[in-house]
Design a protein. Sequence first.
Length: 268
Amino acid sequence: MNAMRVGRRLVAAITGASLMLALGLASCDRSVQVQALEPVVLDTWPHDPEAFTQGLVWDAGRFFESTGRYGLSDVREVDAASGEVLRRRALDAREFGEGLALVDDRLVQITYREQVAHVYDRATFEPVGRFTYRGEGWGLCFDGAVLWMSDGSDRLTRRDPTTFEVLGSVQVTRDGRGVERLNELACVDEHVYANVWLTTEIVRIRTGDGQVDAVIDASALVPDDARVRHDPDAVLNGIAYDPDGERFFLTGKLWDVMYVVRFESAAR
């Protein structure tokens, strides 16, 4: 009888261990398969080669752009096809412009280390408010309900578009590891597209759980220009989306070109 009981307990223990192992493997399998994408160029438009692009927004045939660097930062309206700067509003020389988002008829522009977000009227560029926040500001986009903000870490923060209060945050992971240096952002449906600073990669992030489900290799878009090649700051940065045309716009800091693209599976 004792031997039978020991046998039953051993079987139960093995069964339980097998179940725990299966559950653990199932948990590991929750990581999504990451698609490899590449930009297919549909057109190229001029871009101001003096613009240190930090934020880019498409709005019915024009761009709103935020530029950086102390003493040179501004928010500007740009004619899309010609690249002509139609108007601009400079930031204080002590502020470094960063990400930009369009919320209804207001533009929200964050700053790098100054912990201030400026709010402008879209039609006039007149200031209509400001917010303060803790930490650094890198990228910003609006998904129609909330603002998503990056700070150079592996987290995206959800903020109230009216008050700028923090609503929550999500860690961005790729194959189970955090993805840091998330920079300029574009909100598209249930995803946030993010430039990864100092790389030619753009990651597509699921807003529900923070997992990266696609990586876009934009290395082929880097201009063959001596100025860009020799300036370590002249990197890919600037992504906007046109929902009507289902196309993206990509540029970089100090690049003289704006690419009109769509993303497709990378050639194997």
